[in-house]
Design a protein around this ligand. Structure first.
Ligand code: ZN
Length: 212
């Protein structure tokens, strides 16, 4: 997917380095697409103080390393000083111990200088909790970097496993301006086909009908 980093947005608080490195994390994520089972295809890179990549990782199969753990493993093996390093992850690090330990807690154990997150994990058990765990432990976190692009990259996974997110978004669009163009908007936001988008919009419409 082409991302025009230079023209992404005007927010001065987001550095060009953060956009460049998150784009490289997205490239890393792309290497995992199709081989992660029901896990999302996530990419992670670790950069030193000068913005040079010193480690990278992407999600492995179910029960194996998530992207951030792969990157941390490489960084530790290379003797990287993590207290001066920034960890990038396209998706929010997970917050609960499932088939693997919670990435947010493993990151806290390694104490990088900064964690930069692309998109929040729509999993109802995460949805901001991974970020909260890291911040509560004193690790600085920046979120929302290339979020719209990452939502497109992960759109098919979101539709398959967390349809509630596009449904919620469709409901908000229906509330805002009625049904015109909502299917096309949802299809564009998640980079999915109109058929999938229609499924989310139909569900949103039935939720709205039940609400009124
Ligand atoms: Zn994880």
């Amino acid at each position: 997917m082409a991302v025009d980093v230079a023209s992404w947005h005007e927010d001065a608080s987001v550095s060009a380095d953060q956009l460049r490195l998150m784009k490289l994390a997205m490239d890393e994520a792309e290497r995992a697409r199709g081989s992660t089972g029901d896990n999302p295809w996530v990419g992670s890179v670790i950069a030193d103080a000068e913005g040079r990549i010193v480690a990278r990782g992407h999600t492995q199969g179910p029960g194996e390393d998530h992207a951030e753990i792969g990157a941390l493993r490489e960084a530790v093996a290379k003797g990287v000083v993590l207290s001066e390093a920034t960890l990038y992850s396209t998706l929010e690090p997970c917050s609960f111990h499932g088939r693997t330990p919670a990435c947010s807690r493993v990151i806290v154990d390694h104490r990088p200088k900064l964690v930069v997150v692309g998109m929040r994990d729509p999993h109802p058990r995460v949805d901001g909790e991974g970020i909260r765990i890291m911040r509560a432990a004193g690790v600085d976190v920046v979120e929302g970097i290339l979020e719209a692009e990452i939502r497109m990259q992960l759109g098919r996974w979101v539709f398959e496993h967390h349809l509630h997110e596009p449904v919620r978004r469709a409901m908000a669009l229906l509330d805002a301006h009625g049904p015109t163009s909502v299917v096309a908007e949802i299809a564009a936001i998640y980079a999915v086909g109109e058929e999938a988008a229609e499924r989310a919009v139909r569900e949103a419409e039935s939720h709205r009908a039940a609400r009124s």
